[in-house]
Design a protein around this ligand. Structure first.
Ligand code: ZN
Ligand code: ZN
Length: 134
């Protein structure tokens, strides 16, 4: 992301660019505090309250999805790639893993056959991640 392909209608600031770049490079959704730490690790300084404000702006503009996942007390954020996704949540370390495929399609076929118009769905998977499984 550079200043040239900056989203229309949002005033450019260096801090906004830093936060959006971090979001773009995330593999899995993260909490605001984690996004803040990533900006800090990259040697940039954006204070935590600014990170929160920028995230809220991006959510309002539809650039970023804010997810409230079950058993998590804080919301997580991800860059909106306009592709629906599901998540697996570790109940011990609370890590969130993005699942690339949707297991529900066959099931929907069946519902569709039964004359139900589907607009969307949610699905969350929970359990223990690789590190917490023992
Ligand atoms: Zn875990
Ligand atoms: Zn799905």
């Amino acid at each position: 992301l550079t200043r040239n392909d900056w989203p229309e209608g949002i005033k450019w600031t260096k801090q906004r660019e830093i936060v959006l770049t971090v979001l773009e490079n995330l593999c899995d959704p993260q909490r605001a505090a984690e996004i803040y730490l990533t900006t800090e690790r990259s040697g940039q300084t954006v204070c935590l309250s600014t990170v929160y404000r920028i995230l809220e702006l991006y959510v309002q503009r539809g650039l970023v999805n804010k997810l409230n996942i079950m058993n998590q007390d804080t919301a997580v954020y991800e860059f909106n790639r306009l592709k629906h996704k599901h998540y697996a949540v570790c109940m011990r370390c609370r890590k969130i893993i993005t699942l690339e495929s949707c297991p529900m399609n066959e099931f929907f076929q069946e519902l569709g056959d039964n004359d139900f118009q589907i607009l969307g769905h949610t699905l969350e998977v929970y359990g223990y991640c690789k590190d917490c499984r023992m």
